[in-house]
Design a binder for this molecule. Structure first.
Ligand SMILES: Cc1cc2nc3c(=O)[nH]c(=O)nc-3n(C[C@H](O)[C@H](O)[C@H](O)COP(=O)(O)OP(=O)(O)OC[C@H]3O[C@@H](n4cnc5c(N)ncnc54)[C@H](O)[C@@H]3O)c2cc1C
Length: 415
């Protein structure tokens, strides 16, 4: 149908304006990427751009951006808690302006800054440690008292009225938001222009292994021979890993988000509160984009719940009473692939040619392009870039877990 339409279109001498193209699936590729989310697309793009590896297929069982990549709340920042994590996120944050030019796509990067609120002395002490780590690592971050928070975000209620009064906050000026769909489309177009094949509506059903090495993938549209497979399947990364006999320490938890009706601009920063399990920013269109913590039970459902809407409305009204009466317009859910130490798994594996880029939980949007760039280097050269070494799967076997749990809003089966 699409082909007929395009043939007619071309006959009329019109330009092919499609963002990416459909190709017949080849029987063999140099590399296959499972998952057409941002991590898979970024790795594909950089394999082509930096290493001339264009005989690559991205296999996506639904449509590109179907997973967390098209469902996130688009927050970017680099004030992570641990010194192992900060360099990757910091490079990732600095990459956005470069990508906008290079991909020739308006990604709507808005570095409005992030304010993380503390509601007790203990929380303030925790945030001050995060600020200190950031500053040591050269990342802009500072601790503000309640009055300074109010100067930054005038609509915050810093009285004693809210259930959890505001004690202070960690302000991170370089953070902000980027339009997630635009990043998906731009990377897909970039990869497509380099000759990489994107196969949507195609599911990887099995991964073929011989003598401890990957030899191919079995899809619902046929088998592909390949010596290299990257598991970038987001919430389904544990399922894909079990195809080669690897059990990932990943628990999949649903996460929901909401968008309000458009309001006049009043919120010029991303505001989050671990205690309320809520965060909010205002999109350029005026909507309040808000998210919370994950559901506390593992599940693959992307259903939404009344409980969440109520929680979110109460939290936002407590933090910013001016939102009372604002209407929510849209709500959706996505999957988060959570690791026990809240840090990702970007790793090789005991199976030759099988790589992992997953475990990104609810923080994998901001890191996608930069991780793709380094992952591509690893796949193409066989050498693990220094910056990725802390994220090896082996850290779980060696009891060398990271300390990111101290920095994030979390509620998981482990605590
Ligand atoms: C509500 C919500 C809010 C979030 N907010 C933020 C935020 O503000 N900032 C931030 O940094 N992160 C955020 N995240 C997290 C972020 O969205 C994810 O970490 C990130 O999108 C993961 O990207 P990915 O490419 O690894 O996975 P995904 O985008 O999930 O892509 C994986 C793809 O693999 C496909 N797939 C799965 N199995 C197969 C198979 N067998 N064969 C073929 N294809 C397969 C899926 O269909 C999917 O499209 C949020 C997530 C959610 C759900």
């Amino acid at each position: 149908m699409m082909k007929k339409f395009m043939d007619r279109f071309r006959k009329k001498g019109r330009q092919d304006v499609r963002m990416w193209h459909e190709h017949p699936m080849k029987p063999a590729y140099d590399a296959v990427i499972v998952g057409g989310g941002l991590h898979g697309l970024a790795a594909a793009y950089y394999l082509g751009r930096d290493h001339g590896m264009t005989d690559v297929a991205v296999i996506e069982r639904r449509y590109i951006g179907y997973g967390g990549s098209g469902r996130n709340t688009s927050i970017v920042r680099s004030n992570q808690r641990s010194k192992e994590n900060i360099p990757l996120y910091d490079e990732g944050l600095k990459l956005w302006p470069e990508l906008i030019g290079e991909l020739d796509f308006n990604l709507m990067f808005f570095n409005c800054g992030n304010l993380n609120l503390a509601h007790s002395e203990a929380e303030a002490a925790g945030l001050k440690m995060t600020v200190a780590t950031a500053q040591i690592m050269g990342v802009r971050s500072e601790f503000l008292n309640a009055r300074e928070c109010k100067e930054l975000v005038p609509h915050l209620d810093i009285t004693h009225r809210p259930r959890y009064p505001i004690y202070g906050g960690m302000y991170h000026p370089p953070g902000g938001t980027v339009r997630h769909d635009a990043v998906v489309w731009a990377l897909a177009r970039g990869a497509d222009r380099l000759g990489i094949h994107i196969h949507q509506l195609t599911e990887v059903e099995d991964i073929l292994v011989e003598k401890g090495k990957v030899t191919g993938v079995k899809t619902d549209k046929g088998t592909i021979r390949t010596p290299l497979v990257l598991n970038a399947a987001g919430g389904y990364s544990p399922t894909v890993s079990t195809m080669v006999g690897i059990d990932l320490p990943v628990t999949v938890l649903p996460l929901q988000a909401l968008v309000s009706e458009p309001l006049k601009p009043f919120l010029h920063h991303v505001v989050s509160s671990g205690r309320y399990h809520a965060y909010a920013s205002q999109s350029l269109k005026g909507e309040i984009v808000t998210g919370a913590h994950m559901d506390p039970w593992p599940s693959y459902t992307t259903h939404v719940t009344a409980h969440y809407m109520k929680h979110q409305a109460e939290a936002l009204m407590d933090l910013m009473p001016c939102l009372r009466g604002a209407r929510f317009m849209r709500i959706w859910g996505g999957l988060t692939d959570m690791t026990p130490d809240m840090a990702p798994i970007v790793s090789d594996s005991p199976i030759g040619g099988f790589y992992l880029d997953c475990g990104w939980g609810y923080f994998g949007f901001k890191s996608a392009p930069i991780t793709g760039r380094y992952m591509a280097r690893w796949i193409a050269t066989g050498n693990c870039p220094e910056i990725l070494k802390p994220f090896s799967l082996r850290r779980y076997r060696n009891y060398n877990l990271q300390r990111e749990t101290a920095a994030v809003m979390y509620y998981t089966p482990w605590n």
